[in-house]
Design a protein around this ligand. Structure first.
Ligand SMILES: Nc1ncnc2c1ncn2[C@@H]1O[C@H](COP(=O)(O)OP(=O)(O)OP(=O)(O)O)[C@@H](O)[C@H]1O
Ligand SMILES: [Mg+2]
Length: 397
């Protein structure tokens, strides 16, 4: 049976989740210190498709007996989806998710507390709505953002205080954290406020992660020496599978695949050791036939659309201008002025587009101010489309 998950599956069962045992133990040990009132704040880094989300979900499953583990995917916030990012909308989303993640025992407790709190406090809720028996406070529109952030960011401590007989602490996993880049000028102050509240919480651990390229400035802004969290945020990196790990993985999960030695090396080079691409590619390779470099090459070119489907989806959502900027970088790093010439626009008009593409981790700027593509598979897919169809894919086919 071919039990390999597709590369967009975020919920792997125990049988599908492979290895990562060293990283799992390491991160778990760090998080377990939460019960001794020394919780860590962690920034989990790793390139797109390497397995950050499935890793966090695995951690959640393994720790949730002793801890309340809250998983929040920031990109599900409505304000982000509607491209109307604001701190208060993001905080309200965060708050709702915190509430809805509480298990039933804890929830009963919270509901009573919230109602009591609502009566005795003049905090500006408009009303409490019940959705599936879960009390959701609706905030007033003229809410004071500082007050809201204080309330929301100290809320987990209150959950802990009233449930410490049941749990050893709270672990908050925040995925797709990079979307805070869309707060633009408010991003830095947002980070500082978060830090000011969470750094002294004695029973709450935080793990932040998201799609960030390795040279993403957000990483240094958060955990770098001069970053908001300075030395306080522990960086934890997930690497692509090594060749050895890949060999073990395929032997175990899809033994019907046979490779010549060179064929295996080609498979590794094409997928870059990134599990999302490994799974998509391994799922469609023929079984019980020796995969030589030629066969790998042919199958890769024929199926690159499927293998890199996450990037293809992102591509089709880009504006015409952003797509053209990407195309201007296909032949290697370019200066901003050359991108402007390629598009026949003024260089100044490129700023919001370049920022958007950088925020999506599709491009990056080097120290010598050259822009390059960050996703080799996107480049390969675009080139193969051009080769096959004589034009780049501008419209949905
Ligand atoms: N440990 C693993 N075992 C088996 N497959 C894995 C593992 N880790 C990741 N994968 C595969 O890679 C895919 C992508 O994983 P995941 O969504 O966690 O990546 P990510 O790092 O969160 O990516 P993004 O930056 O785009 O959010 C999964 O759907 C799964 O197919
Ligand atoms: Mg992810």
């Amino acid at each position: 049976m071919n039990r390999l998950p597709w590369g967009n599956n975020e919920n792997l069962d125990n049988d599908q989740f492979f290895n990562r045992s060293i990283e799992l133990n390491h991160l778990k040990q760090m998080l377990l210190t939460t019960k001794n009132e020394t919780p860590p704040n962690i920034l989990l880094t790793g390139i797109r498709g390497v397995g950050k989300t499935v890793f966090l979900k695995k951690i959640k499953k393994e720790l949730e007996e002793d801890f309340l583990v809250i998983y929040i995917n920031f990109s599900q916030a409505e304000c982000f989806r509607r491209k109307k990012m604001s701190i208060d909308a993001l905080m309200q989303f965060y708050f709702k998710k915190t509430l809805t993640s509480c298990n039933n025992n804890i929830l009963e407790n919270i509901e009573k507390k919230l109602k009591k709190y609502f009566k005795t406090n003049d905090f500006h809720f408009k009303e409490i709505q019940e959705i599936n028996n879960i009390p959701i406070p609706i905030f007033r529109s003229e809410i004071n953002i500082e007050e809201l952030m204080e309330y929301v960011l100290t809320f987990p401590e209150k959950i802990y205080e009233s449930n410490k007989d049941k749990i050893n602490g709270i672990i908050i996993l925040i995925d797709e954290f990079q979307i805070i880049k869309e707060l633009n000028d408010y991003k830095e102050s947002f980070l500082w406020v978060i830090r000011s509240y969470i750094q002294d919480q004695r029973n709450i651990a935080y793990v932040f992660t998201g799609s960030m390229s390795l040279n993403d400035t957000l990483i240094s802004e958060i955990s770098g020496h001069n970053g908001v969290f300075g030395g306080r945020m522990i960086s934890f990196h997930l690497s692509p599978f090594s060749k050895n790990t890949l060999k073990q993985y395929l032997n175990e999960k899809k033994p019907q695949l046979k490779f010549s030695e060179d064929g295996f090396n080609s498979f590794y080079e094409y997928t870059l050791g990134i599990p999302a691409y490994i799974n998509n590619f391994a799922k469609i390779l023929p079984e019980n036939i020796e995969c030589t470099p030629e066969l790998i090459n042919r199958n890769f070119n024929e199926s690159i659309y499927v293998i890199s489907s996450n990037l293809v989806n992102i591509w089709y959502e880009l504006s015409y201008k952003n797509k053209t900027i990407i195309l201007s970088m296909l032949n290697g790093p370019v200066k901003r002025i050359d991108i402007a010439k390629y598009l026949n626009v003024k260089s100044g008009s490129l700023s919001p587009n370049l920022r958007e593409l950088e925020n999506l981790s599709l491009i990056h700027k080097s120290d010598d101010n050259l822009y390059s593509l960050s996703e080799p598979l996107l480049k390969k897919w675009l080139e193969s489309e051009f080769e096959e169809k004589g034009e780049y894919p501008y419209t949905i086919i």
